[in-house]
Design a protein around this ligand. Structure first.
Ligand SMILES: Nc1ncnc2c1ncn2[C@@H]1O[C@H](COP(=O)(O)OP(=O)(O)O)[C@@H](O)[C@H]1O
Ligand SMILES: [Mg+2]
Length: 546
């Protein structure tokens, strides 16, 4: 129950019975704790030596990964502040596609340091404003330290891709996946003005169990996970003229049951002939447009299949809408919803359309398309879990390569950039002075959570590593020094090939700061619905008053 108390000490009930309320420090403490728990969960997965999580969903399906976005996607988070941390990972994933763990771990560390400041009676708004100033400064510094990369600099793009896959269980196939990712992104990249745009949504990633990761390949075109609908149809068509249909090639059955009295056998035949004729007409409309390949989003009647086969048309039915859209984009075809509207100019073109056996299934490959910008990646691996992890690795590799292509700057990984920015921000803090200085310094300390966690996860002594990093960064040109998690040494990260897109670091800092600030600004939590029995971490206990 929630009361306000009048001066006379008389409690006044203003909120509905059962409403949970928490205020002031209590609310803050609770929110910070819940958010930090999410950070703690992800922390052990950071970096190439991070551990994996095994996630079991309500149906018993198992996912094993150390991908921050994938983990938070699977866990059902209840606490509102914890949900904000999940949002951090989502934003990071949507914006730049990598660095999700980093963003969440950083937000969590910012909150931990903020809490220490709150305990020293520093107002949350001062902490927030210090954090924001520091984040702003950090973004400027990143830009200053970042090195520009040319889209043709394949060696560098390769290192960026390899670094992003460092923590994925794809082993030696990493190199092949990196090459595929670079080729794919370069294929879809377009120059607009003096900027490159590389929208990886244009890259179709298809996975199929079987063979090994080394058999993964890049297809200049698209892949449809369907087979040719009729055995009598051709399996390969050169110079394909492609029709995309969004209507069934079936004779519509009436919704009510009608009784037809047939008096002699000729009438029966006429009735059946009628249906056949309608289907034949439909097929004629298709073939007379010049179509030799048909993708239909709906069903195709057996009889229609037969007629199409006789005309030498390759057809597939029940094609997914998203695939229809990709086909439209790749081949230049228009999706037609009414068969009568199908004209020659609606057809798309492709050099070849071919059904091939992939693993135990058959898939249709559409290659040498009208727009060379459409590409597909076919991921192969022996185990389902492996295919899934490879898909996530590919997602990261594609993301980072496109980040670099679009944004063109790179920064050293292995905690190097975080250590450098922390150092500069500490210097900046002294210039700001006052109580805000403490918040800015706390921000700098928080950045060091990245090298610290990388070291911890590698079984190294985090304090030693931090001390080593700090002294390395004091030296001239020391800004590239980070921790090599395999040797435990502090080395030049650019030289060891551990480099990341600047955009990933920038976004991680921005979204972590935003989330931490948002959580810190809350001083009152009023929960009107009855909290569920099953509480998430730090969930509000039922019926208690705060
Ligand atoms: N070989 C390496 N040595 C040291 N650090 C590395 C290496 N490869 C990657 N890293 C670091 O690992 C971190 C990324 O880890 P990852 O598990 O992919 O988390 P995220 O979800 O944040 O991308 C980055 O800080 C990156 O610099
Ligand atoms: Mg990563």
């Amino acid at each position: 129950m929630a009361y306000l108390t009048t001066q006379g000490g008389q409690p006044v009930l203003i909120l509905k019975e059962g409403t949970g309320r928490r205020r002031g420090r209590e609310a803050q403490r609770n929110n910070i704790m819940a958010a930090r728990i999410i950070g703690e969960v992800l922390r052990t997965t950071l970096g190439p030596r991070g551990m994996d999580k095994m996630l079991i969903d309500s149906l018993g399906d198992i996912t094993i990964t150390n991908d921050g976005a994938a983990i938070l996607d699977e866990v059902d988070v209840e606490h509102p502040a914890a949900k904000m941390m999940v949002e951090v990972a989502k934003t990071q994933d949507d914006m730049v596609g990598d660095g999700t763990t980093t963003a969440v771990v950083l937000a969590s560390e910012l909150l931990k340091r903020a809490e220490e400041l709150l305990d020293q009676n520093i107002h949350p708004l001062i902490v927030v404003s210090g954090f924001r100033k520091a984040a702003q400064k950090a973004v400027e510094l990143l830009d200053r330290v970042g090195t520009p990369v040319d889209i043709e600099d394949r060696a560098t793009l390769r290192k960026v891709a390899l670094t992003s896959m460092g923590s994925k269980a794809v082993g030696a196939a990493r190199e092949i996946l990196a090459d595929i990712a670079i080729d794919a992104v370069k294929q879809i990249a377009e120059k607009r003005g003096d900027r490159w745009i590389a929208d990886i949504d244009n890259i179709q990633v298809t996975k199929k169990e079987g063979k090994s990761l080394f058999d993964s390949q890049l297809i200049k075109g698209i892949i449809i996970d369907k087979e040719v609908v009729h055995a009598g149809m051709p399996k390969t068509i050169k110079n394909a003229k492609i029709a995309l249909l969004d209507c069934p090639l079936e004779v519509e059955k009436t919704e009510f049951s009608a009784e037809i009295r047939i008096k002699d056998p000729t009438q029966m035949q006429a009735f059946l002939d009628q249906e056949t004729r309608m289907l034949q007409d439909m097929v004629k409309k298709i073939t007379s447009s010049g179509t030799n390949v048909l993708f239909c989003q709906k069903g195709i009647d057996d009889m229609a299949q037969h007629f199409l086969a006789k005309k030498g048309v390759l057809a597939a039915r029940r094609v997914k809408q998203s695939d229809m859209e990709k086909l439209a984009r790749a081949t230049g075809a228009k999706i037609v919803t009414n068969l009568d509207d199908l004209k020659r100019r609606d057809l798309g073109a492709a050099g070849t359309v071919e059904e091939r056996k992939v693993g135990d299934d058959k898939m249709i490959f559409i290659e040498k398309c009208k727009t060379p910008h459409s590409v597909a990646i076919l991921i192969r691996a022996g185990l389902e879990r492996m295919v899934d992890e490879a898909e996530r690795a590919m997602h990261d590799a594609l993301s980072v390569v496109s980040d670099v292509v679009e944004n063109n700057k790179i920064v050293p990984g292995g905690g190097a950039i975080e250590s450098e920015v922390a150092k500069e921000i500490r210097e900046y803090a002294t210039k700001v002075g006052g109580r805000e200085q403490l918040a800015i310094e706390a921000f700098a300390d928080s950045l060091e959570i990245v090298p610290k966690t990388l070291a911890e996860n590698a079984g190294l002594e985090p304090i030693d590593i931090l001390v080593g990093l700090r002294s390395a960064h004091e030296k001239r040109k020391g800004h590239l020094n980070g921790v090599d998690v395999f040797t435990g040494k502090i080395v030049n990260m650019e030289r060891s090939g551990v480099i990341e897109p600047m955009a990933v670091k920038e976004q991680a800092i921005k979204s972590a700061t935003e989330a931490a600030s948002m959580i810190l600004r809350i001083d009152d939590v009023i929960a009107s619905t009855k909290p569920k029995e099953e509480k998430g971490p730090g969930g509000m206990p039922e019926g208690e008053e705060y």
